[in-house]
Design a protein around this ligand. Structure first.
Ligand SMILES: Nc1nc2c(ncn2[C@@H]2O[C@H](COP(=O)(O)OP(=O)(O)OP(=O)(O)O)[C@@H](O)[C@H]2O)c(=O)[nH]1
Length: 785
C-alpha cells in the first residue's frame, strides 16, 4: 500500500517510506504541499506551476536558480537518487512490489537550495505497451528545459543499445538538433550537461571503461543522426558536456552508497568545486518568474510535435512577460500623471512639474527594468522602447499644457508689469517695456526648461512656443507704443493750441500788411518746437522712422487744423466786421494822436471818410487769404487723403463782397453821424458874443488889474493854484471841496425843506383843526341810548 510522504526525510539513511502510486487525475494535476505534478498522465501541463514557484519563494530570484531533470528507465532508483541529492520527497517505489511509481513529470524545490528538480516518468514504456509517445516527449521536454540532465542507468545497461535507452536518446537528439542548431546559428553558447550516473556499480569494470563505452555509444548515435544540411559538421560536444559518475549498490553497499551520494550532492551544492555541475553556460537565462510560462510553452511545442524552437519560445515568453511587467509598471505611473492633468487643463502652471515627470518616468522604467531586463534582451529592449514611448506620450500633453499655461502667465505678467510701469511718473517707455519683456521671457524659458523630461529630444522642444510668445509680446508692445504715441501727439497738440492762441488772436486783431507773416512765423516756430518735443520723447519709445514720420505728419495736420480753427474763429462775420469797424473808426473818428475828432464845418470829412473806408476795405482782401509778404514764409498746408484740410483761403470772393457791402453800410452810418455832429457844433454860441463880452467886461478887468489889493489877491490865488498843482494836491483838494460842497448842498436842502415844510405843516395843522371843529358838534351830540 502506498503511503503519502508529507515531510521531508532528508538527509537520511533510513529506507525510503512506502511508495504511493500517484495517478494523475484526468483533468487536474496532482499537488501536494511541496511537490507538484507538472505534467499529468493525460499529458496536460499544470496551471499551478507559477503559484507553486511563488510559494517555494523562487518567484523573485531572477536567474539565481537551477533546473535539473532525470532521465532513465523505470525503477532504476531515480526518485531515490533525487531525494538523496536534493532533499526532495518524490515518491519512491515500494521495494516489494517493483511497480512503476512515477507517472508524468513531477517537480520539487531542492531543500535549502534554489534548484527546481524534475522527476520524470521512467522510460521503456513497459506498462504503456508500445506507446513511446509520452517517454519521447517527456525526454525532449527534460532535455530542452533543464540545465543538467541526470541520465540514470544500471551498470549492466551500459553497452546495451536498448537497455540504456540509446534509441530514445537518438530520437531526442535528432529532434533537438534543430533547436540546438538554430541556437548555434545565433551563436548562443548555451549547452546542456548530460550527467551519467551508473547505479549498482560493482567495481569490476572501472568507471573509466564504462565512461569510454558510453561516450563511444553517444558519438556513434550522434554520427548516425539525420542532421540538417547546415549542421552536418556539428559535433556532440558542440552542444553537450558529458560527465560520468558511479554509485555502489544501495542495499549491498549501503554505507558506501550513502557516502558517495553525499559526495555527488556536493557537486550540486558547492560552487567552489571544479566539477560543480550548475555552470552558468548551462543556464537557460529564463528569470524564475517566467519559468512556468516558459516550460508550459515548451511542453505545448512538444505536444503539438512542432519543432522545439527555444529562441522563439524565449522570445514569446519575453514578449508576454515584458508586456505584463510593462503594464504593471504603468499602473502607478498613470495614477501619478493623472494627478496633474486637471490642474494643467485648468490653466495652472505647476511648479516643479519637470522634476515630478522625470521622477515618475524613471520610477516606471526602473520598475520595468528590474524584472524585464532578465528576459530576452532584444525583446526587453524593444518593449522598453515601447514603454518609453507610452510614458512620453502620456507626459507630453502635460508638458505642452504647461508650456501653454506658462505662455499665458508670461503674457499676463508682461501686461501687468507694463501697465504698472507706465503709471510711474516720468517713466521711460522703452525701459518699462524692455524690463517687462525680459522678465516675462525669462519666466517662460525657466519654466519650460524645467518641464523638459528628456533633453535634446524633439518632443520636448519649447523654442517655437517661445518664438510665438515673443511675437505676441511684440504686438502688445507695439499696440502700447501706438497708444502712447497717440497720447503724446494729443498732448503736444493741446500744448500747441495753447501756445498759438494768444499771439494769433493778437496778430489778427491788429491788421497790418505783415499780418500773415507774423501769424505764419508764430505757427512755424511753435510747430518746430512741437516736432522737436515729439521726436525727443519718441526716442524713448523705440519708434521706427516710419512711425515717427507718420506721427509728425499727423502732428502737422492737426497743428494746421488748429491754426485754421483759430483763424476761422477770428474771421467769422461778426468778428471780422468788428475788426473792420474798429480799424475804420481808428482812422476816421480819431486823429493821428488817437484823439477823437470833432468835426468842424471846414474839415474834409468826405476825404477822410473815403481814405479810411478804402484802407479798411483793403483789409478784406488781406484777411481773405493767408499770403505772407515775405515769400520765404509762404506755407503749403499739409495734405490729408481723407478729410479736406483747410487751405490758405480764409473766405471766398463772394464772402469778401458781402462783408464789403455790410461794412460800407456801417461806414456810411458813421459818415452821416460825422456830418450831423458838424451841424450841431455850428448851432452853438456865436463868436461875436465873445467879442461883446470883452468889450463889456473891459472896465472890470482893468479895475482888477490896476487895483493893488485885487491884483495882490489875484496873485495869491494864482500862486496857491500853482503850488496846489505842483504838489499834486488838486485832486484831494477838489475831492475835499466836492465833499464840502455836497455837505453844504445837503444841509441847505434840509434847511430849505424844513423851511418850506413849516408853513405847510402849519397849514395842515390848521386844516386838521378846522376839520376837527367841523366834526365836534357830531361828537357833542349825545349818543342815543
Ligand atoms: N539495487 C538498487 N536498488 C535501488 C537503488 N536505489 C533505489 N533502489 C530501489 O529501487 C526501487 C525503485 O526505486 P525508485 O527510486 O522508486 O525508482 P524510480 O526509478 O524512481 O522508479 P519509477 O519512478 O517508478 O520509474 C526502490 O525499491 C528502491 O529502494 C540502487 O541504487 N540499487
Amino acid at each position: 500500500m502506498a503511503a503519502y510522504v508529507s515531510t521531508l526525510n532528508f538527509p537520511t539513511h533510513a529506507v525510503s517510506p512506502p511508495k504511493r502510486a500517484v495517478n494523475g487525475h484526468s483533468n487536474h494535476t496532482n499537488h501536494t504541499a511541496d511537490r507538484l505534478q507538472i505534467v499529468n498522465d493525460e499529458k496536460q501541463f499544470t496551471s499551478d506551476l507559477s503559484d507553486q514557484i511563488s510559494s517555494w519563494g523562487l518567484r523573485d530570484v531572477g536567474f539565481d536558480y537551477n533546473l535539473v531533470a532525470v532521465f532513465g528507465s523505470q525503477s532504476t532508483g531515480k526518485s531515490t537518487l533525487l531525494n538523496r541529492l536534493f532533499g526532495t520527497n518524490f515518491d519512491v517505489m515500494d521495494e516489494s512490489k517493483r511497480q512503476q511509481t512515477t507517472k508524468g513529470i513531477w517537480m520539487c524545490r531542492g531543500h535549502d537550495m534554489n534548484v527546481l528538480v524534475m522527476d520524470v516518468e521512467g522510460t521503456d514504456g513497459r506498462e504503456r505497451g508500445e506507446d513511446q509517445d509520452f517517454e519521447r516527449k517527456s525526454a525532449l521536454f527534460s532535455l530542452a528545459s533543464s540545465e543538467v540532465l541526470i541520465v540514470n542507468l544500471w551498470e549492466h545497461q551500459v553497452g546495451l543499445y536498448q537497455g540504456a535507452n540509446m534509441g530514445l536518446l537518438k530520437t531526442v537528439f535528432e529532434v533537438n538538433l534543430g533547436l540546438f542548431g538554430k541556437k548555434s546559428q545565433e551563436s548562443s553558447n548555451q549547452r546542456t550537461l548530460l550527467l551519467f550516473v551508473i547505479r549498482d556499480h560493482i567495481g569490476a569494470t572501472p568507471l573509466a571503461n564504462l565512461q569510454a563505452t558510453l561516450t563511444a555509444d553517444l558519438h556513434r548515435i550522434w554520427d548516425t543522426l539525420s542532421k540538417p544540411a547546415e549542421l552536418q559538421d556539428r559535433k556532440l560536444t558542440d552542444y553537450f558536456d558529458l560527465s560520468f559518475t558511479a554509485l555502489p549498490h544501495k542495499i549491498l553497499a549501503s554505507d558506501r552508497f550513502e557516502s558517495d551520494v553525499r559526495t555527488l550532492r556536493g557537486r550540486f551544492t558547492d560552487k567552489s568545486r571544479d566539477d560543480f555541475v550548475f555552470k552558468p553556460a548551462y543556464h537557460k537565462r529564463i528569470p524564475a518568474d517566467g519559468v512556468a510560462f516558459y516550460m508550459e510553452g515548451i511542453w505545448e511545442q512538444v505536444q503539438t510535435n512542432k519543432d522545439l524552437d527555444l529562441p522563439t519560445q524565449q522570445e514569446l515568453l519575453a514578449q508576454f512577460r515584458c508586456d505584463e511587467i510593462s503594464t504593471n509598471a504603468l499602473v502607478e505611473f498613470n495614477d501619478q500623471s493623472k494627478s496633474q492633468k486637471r490642474p494643467i487643463e485648468a490653466g495652472k502652471v505647476i511648479d516643479g512639474l519637470g522634476e515630478m515627470m522625470r521622477s515618475w518616468r524613471s520610477q516606471a522604467l526602473s520598475r520595468y527594468d528590474r524584472e524585464a531586463s532578465r528576459y530576452h534582451q532584444g525583446v526587453y529592449k524593444r518593449k522598453r522602447a515601447d514603454l518609453v514611448g507610452t510614458l512620453d506620450s502620456t507626459l507630453s500633453p502635460l508638458f505642452l499644457g504647461q508650456l501653454k499655461n506658462l505662455h499665458k502667465a508670461a503674457l499676463v505678467s508682461f501686461k501687468s508689469a507694463t501697465v504698472a510701469g507706465l503709471k510711474v511718473e516720468g517713466y521711460n517707455f522703452a525701459d518699462v517695456v524692455g524690463k517687462a519683456r525680459a522678465s516675462a521671457e525669462a519666466r517662460f524659458s525657466d519654466g519650460a526648461q524645467e518641464a523638459v523630461v528628456t533633453e535634446g529630444d524633439a518632443s520636448w522642444q519649447w523654442e517655437e512656443e517661445l518664438r510665438l510668445l515673443r511675437e505676441e509680446i511684440q504686438s502688445i508692445a507695439d499696440q502700447l507704443r501706438k497708444d502712447e504715441t497717440k497720447k503724446m501727439v494729443n498732448a503736444i497738440e493741446r500744448n500747441f493750441k495753447k501756445q498759438i492762441a494768444e499771439p494769433v488772436d493778437l496778430q489778427l486783431s491788429r491788421p497790418t500788411p505783415e499780418i500773415w507773416d507774423n501769424v505764419l512765423r508764430t505757427y512755424t516756430d511753435t510747430l518746430a518746437d512741437s516736432e522737436y518735443s515729439y521726436l525727443s520723447k519718441a526716442r524713448s519709445f523705440d519708434c521706427t522712422d516710419e512711425e515717427n514720420d507718420q506721427a509728425v505728419a499727423t502732428l502737422r495736420q492737426r497743428a494746421w487744423a488748429a491754426l485754421r480753427a483759430k483763424i476761422d474763429e477770428q474771421t467769422v462775420d461778426t468778428a471780422i466786421l468788428t475788426k473792420l469797424r474798429s480799424y475804420f473808426e481808428e482812422r476816421f473818428r480819431y486823429d493821428e494822436q488817437g484823439v477823437p475828432r470833432v468835426w468842424k464845418p471846414d474839415d474834409d470829412i468826405d476825404g477822410a471818410f473815403k481814405k479810411a473806408k478804402d484802407v479798411t476795405l483793403e483789409l478784406i482782401s488781406l484777411y481773405a487769404k493767408i499770403v505772407p509778404q515775405d515769400p520765404e514764409l509762404a506755407y503749403t498746408p499739409p495734405e490729408d487723403g481723407e478729410d479736406d484740410t483747410p487751405g490758405l483761403v480764409v473766405f471766398s470772393e463772394t464772402k469778401a463782397l458781402e462783408l464789403g457791402a455790410r461794412f460800407r453800410r456801417e461806414a456810411d452810418a458813421h459818415y452821416i453821424e460825422a456830418k450831423r455832429s458838424t451841424v450841431v457844433g455850428i448851432a452853438q454860441i456865436p463868436y461875436w458874443i465873445y467879442g461883446m463880452l470883452v468889450v463889456l467886461g473891459w472896465n472890470e478887468a482893468m479895475l482888477i488889474l490896476f487895483n493893488p489889493l485885487y491884483f495882490a489877491l489875484v496873485l495869491i490865488l494864482a500862486a496857491s493854484a500853482w503850488i496846489t498843482i505842483q504838489l499834486n494836491l488838486a485832486g484831494p483838494l477838489m475831492h475835499v471841496g466836492g465833499s464840502i460842497a455836497l455837505e453844504v448842498k445837503r444841509q441847505a436842502e434840509n434847511r430849505l425843506r424844513e423851511h418850506f415844510a413849516e408853513p405847510l405843516r402849519a397849514q395842515a395843522h390848521a386844516a386838521m383843526e378846522e376839520d376837527d371843529d367841523a366834526r365836534e358838534p357830531e361828537r357833542r351830540i349825545p349818543q342815543p341810548f
